[in-house]
Design a protein around this ligand. Structure first.
Ligand code: TRP
Length: 349
């Protein structure tokens, strides 16, 4: 059986947080030992520049931060090729070919891009949208297809972007022959993992909203954020019945809690359903649940933190890993670009 290719990436605009971790990082690490797959994970610095062109140092600084987060989460360079997008010029070339296969109107309809543009306008008051930002789904199609990726582990918000890739592949293959592979999204298994809310109760955990728990946060910072997490504003006295809807504490438990956490940290209950029932009935205080959640998160994050510290002290090694991974990735992309140039007929010499 031929290996399937898994590829995914992240924009280096900030350190990675729990939303990234449950949404995709954890899965990537789990898939690392699966012999059915060949794996690429990359830092999308070109995509980050689409809205940070005036502050390239933000992107530059965060390339290494994201690499540290990858290694901290447990990605291992021998098993997963880690690379940097800008170091693969083939991706820029491929983007140029693809830009002719999509309409401006189609790009403007992309719900993810639309929401991002709206959020940016509200925050910065700037009217204009960089052309590179509007077209980032096209560049993303290049990222994916340049490696013949079959599966793309992403969060739910990236589904429309992936759909754009699939359309480009179909258009390209229709025009120039069966050259490109059509990828599929690989979504997180648990529903709570698809879009983790922020600690403040906002729909999404994000750096720009200032409501994230970072993989690089130390123990005290995590505890502090958990103790302040948004719960149920109607649950004032312990005896009041509590509500689960929009209750971030329980969403995080849905994402992270496993049955074995109960004997370890909260032996009065057998499982999460029992805990939820008690909360809904009344008589269970937020603080008790928050302490439980904090214990779970600290247990999950403590090995991550240790690995991060190890690599933070060895940044040269981190850059070497990215360099070697980029060399490997470039060779793979070059082979696909050969096929693409031939198919379009721009192979003159
Ligand atoms: N758009 C992704 C994000 O917002 C990053 C990304 C760029 C990506 N190219 C990709 C993800 C290709 C998967 C596949 O983080």
């Amino acid at each position: 059986m031929q290996e399937k290719i898994i590829l995914t990436g992240d924009r280096p605009t900030g350190r990675l947080h729990l939303g990234h971790y449950v949404g995709t990082l954890k899965k990537r690490v789990e898939l690392q030992d699966d012999p059915r797959y060949k794996r690429f994970v990359f830092i999308a610095d070109l995509q980050a520049l689409t809205d940070n062109a005036r502050n390239p140092q933000i992107v530059r600084e965060n390339v290494v931060e994201v690499a540290l987060d990858y290694l901290a989460a447990g990605l291992v360079p021998e098993k997963t090729t880690l690379f940097v997008q800008s170091q693969i010029p083939e991706l820029a070339e491929l983007t140029m070919y693809y830009l002719n296969l999509v309409t401006v109107e189609r790009l403007q309809r992309n719900p993810t891009v639309k929401a991002e543009i709206k959020q940016k306008k509200e925050m910065s008051g700037e009217a204009g949208v960089p052309a590179g930002f509007l077209t980032y789904p096209v560049s993303q199609a290049a990222d994916i297809t340049a490696f013949d990726a079959d599966l793309v582990p992403v969060g739910e918000d990236q589904v429309p972007v992936l759909e754009q890739t699939r359309e480009i592949v179909r258009t390209f293959n229709g025009l120039y022959g069966e050259v490109l592979k059509e990828p599929a999204a690989m979504l997180p298994d648990r529903k709570a993992c698809c879009r983790l809310p922020g600690v403040d109760g906002a729909a999404k955990m994000s750096k720009s909203l200032g409501n994230a728990i970072y993989l690089a946060d130390d123990e005290a910072a995590v505890s502090q954020k958990i103790m302040q997490v948004y719960t149920d504003p109607l649950h004032i006295k312990v005896t009041d019945p509590g509500h689960l809807k929009g209750n971030v504490m329980f969403v995080y438990l849905d994402a992270f809690c496993r049955n074995e956490h109960f004997p370890a940290f909260l032996p009065d209950y057998k499982n999460l359903d029992e805990l939820k029932d008690h909360y809904k009935r009344g008589g269970l205080g937020d603080v008790k649940v928050k302490r439980f959640l904090n214990n779970i998160l600290q247990a999950e994050l403590s090995p991550v933190r240790e690995r991060r510290k190890y690599y933070e002290a060895r940044k040269d090694e981190v850059y070497r890993i990215l360099y070697e991974g980029s060399q490997k990735a470039r060779a793979a992309a070059a082979a696909v670009l050969d096929r693409v140039r031939k198919a379009i007929g721009v192979n003159y010499f």
